[in-house]
Design a protein. Sequence first.
Length: 121
Amino acid sequence: MSDAPAFRSWVPTIEVRSPQPHAALVVLTGEHDGHSADEVQQTFDQALAVCDHLIVDLSTAEFIDSTIVGVLLQTKVNAVELDRKFNVVLGTAPAVERILEVTGVVRLLNVVPTVERALAA
């Protein structure tokens, strides 16, 4: 038995990747809510400052709340103002897809099923 703590999938993580030149992929994993919202917004803002295309991958997110939905919407507005592409990748936990559907923002966020589709857009 290991002394290392067990990995808990609900722990929120933010990972930034560069899948191709001038594109940033931000992967949100675990549960994101008001506690991680400022860090998520800062990460998105930093990515938009240096890239032409921001892709937010929610496929490994298990939960987001309305605060994160607001961050996604604000980031979409920021991307439009900066003339940047913005996509959200789903294929995630039903709870994440449900909040995006219930709030009516799916059509506003340029949702795509995969990162590859976002890159091809």
